[in-house]
Design a binder for this molecule. Sequence first.
Ligand code: PLP
Length: 219
Amino acid sequence: MSIAQNLQNILAELPTEVTLVAVSKTKPVGDILQAYQAGQRIFGENKVQEMTDKYEQLPKDIQWHMIGHLQTNKVKYLIPYVSLIHGVDSLKLLQEINRQAARFDKKINCLIQVHIAQEETKFGFDAAEIERLLHSDEFKSFQNIQVSGFMGMATFTDNQSQIKAEFTALKNIFDQYKNLILPNFKAEILSMGMSGDYALAVQCGSNMVRIGSSIFGTR
Ligand SMILES: *Cc1c(COP(=O)(O)O)cnc(C)c1O
């Protein structure tokens, strides 16, 4: 099936309040243009160089989301182009985003990545670390970031009840901070769900899904 048809099928299934991030990592700009022409405007990449290369070649009304693990030394290259950074997984990274955003006189939208998977390899804060971070004086001092919610990745497994438990844990964290309002924090976005598990993620309360292979084919 074509990219446009894949997109249409996915959008038909998603509730209207769920935002679709089309994950275009490793895919050529021609594929992205097909999705663009079908109406898609939000694309996700996981490498800074690849994102900036594609930014240069593609329409400027595309919103680029950084979805992967981001190294602090790459942040400065990303700031001019990125509209949302999903994977903020350490205080060090948050400090660097704030510092570089200030240099560009920008406010950068971020999601805090929460470690929900049992796998050691996935990045992110745990519940206690989030609590400490959001109540710290240092966090309140970050004037060039806006934290708009949370992101997480479930364990790579066929065990649906395990995935459901992990998504539910993330939704509970999201709900826990719904009423916390700070000048640079408001929990509005819950980014969870990929090609293999987005239906379950939406059932569990996701309002932003990151879908790659079901749109563009296997990588
Ligand atoms: C690659 C990637 C996705 C998309 O994965 P698919 O299985 O192709 O839909 C979503 N989120 C993150 C963080 C990714 O790295």
